[in-house]
Design a protein around this ligand. Structure first.
Ligand code: SF4
Length: 335
């Protein structure tokens, strides 16, 4: 499948009082046309910053972001403004991301004002069309965000993201602020729209079960880096990185299966990205840590087709001819 997005050696640093915070630390990956790439990890691991850096909502410190083959990091602000029509975002908290003083129609039509699109009657028609697309009744057109429940508010956020007919959307924890009963409805909506409108997604979540539901492939992120990247099926059937195994073991499962899975309890907290550990970034919490894990970062290897992982436990078992990094595989790399 053709790549829509190619990210190479992406970095985003923030200068803080304590030093340089490496929120996104040299990651490379591709997003194929029409797929959903899930990015999962604990709060503060850099997944939202990755999504925003890819859209240049925060300016990357380094690397390349190629959208349809063009490195958008070299774009002028005018050119980037045009490119943004194709690259949109759905935010986590619909209440915080919608202007409380604007009506639903004004919120959905705001991008038309920014890009000076449509006359008033075309604009009203397009708003109605978008509301229908996301399952909102046209009766709500003059309502305000506080008059809607969380699910409907998020539908407004989705309609706004669709307004300019994008090709690519970063879904940044789009259901984590919603009641569990509403989450499935919004996930189904996001999936249906992908089919209908030929969309490509990066779907960010701290919840591996949500990511599994929606993603074709999943990247597991820890302390600014991808530690494992593979298909959604393989991440559950054959997780190879100890951090992925720990995340999976924390997912509630039906009682009948409890004896088949052991809970992996991680010791300690996520270390500060200001002073990441030398060697493997997971060495401070890994139950299998070895002395050399603290000395040099493990290489990224393609353990099986389309399954990239960065851990000595895996790379040690690989035959010597296997490349030390996954770049030669030509596709996604969790580096
Ligand atoms: Fe654990 Fe070592 Fe693998 Fe890192 S390289 S995940 S510390 S075993």
């Amino acid at each position: 499948m053709e790549n829509l997005l190619e990210v190479r050696n992406l970095r985003k640093d923030f200068q803080t009082k304590k030093g340089l915070l490496q929120a996104v630390n040299d990651i490379s990956f591709n997003v194929r046309k029409g797929e959903t790439l899930g990015i999962v990890g604990e709060s503060g691991c850099g997944k939202s910053t990755t999504g925003r850096a890819v859209l240049r909502l925060v300016e990357p410190t380094g690397g390349e972001v190629r959208f349809e083959g063009q490195n958008i990091l070299g774009y002028s602000s005018r050119k980037m403004r045009e490119a943004r029509k194709d690259m949109q975002i759905i935010f986590q908290d619909p209440f915080a991301s919608l202007n409380p003083r604007m009506s639903i129609s004004q919120i959905i039509a705001e991008p038309f004002d920014v890009y000076r699109m449509y006359n008033p009657s075309e604009r009203a028609q397009r708003v109605q069309e978008l509301m229908r697309t996301v399952g909102l009744s046209n009766k709500l057109v003059n309502s305000f965000p506080h008059e809607l429940d969380g699910g409907r508010r998020q539908r407004v956020g989705v309609a706004r993201a669709l307004a300019l007919s994008p090709k690519f959307i970063v879904c940044d924890e789009p259901v984590s602020a919603l009641d569990v009963s509403i989450q499935a409805q919004i996930l189904n909506l996001i999936q249906d729209l992908q089919q209908k409108l030929d969309l490509t997604y990066v779907f960010i979540s701290h919840d591996l079960s949500v990511v599994k539901h929606i993603s074709n492939r999943v990247a597991v992120m820890y302390l600014g880096k991808f530690v494992e990247l593979t298909t959604s099926r393989q991440i559950f059937a054959n997780p190879l990185h100890p951090y992925t195994q720990a995340l999976l073991s924390a997912i509630p499962i039906p009682k009948v299966n409890v004896e088949k899975r052991q809970r992996v309890i991680l010791e300690g907290d996520v270390p500060s990205p200001v002073n990441p550990p030398a060697g493997c970034i997971f060495s401070g919490r890994c139950p299998y840590v070895m002395p050399r894990c603290r000395e040099a970062p493990p290489p990224v290897v393609e353990a099986e087709p389309d399954h990239f992982v960065s851990c000595y436990l895996v790379s040690d078992k690989m035959p010597p001819h296997v490349p030390a990094t996954a770049h030669s595989a030509g596709d996604s790399s969790p580096t």
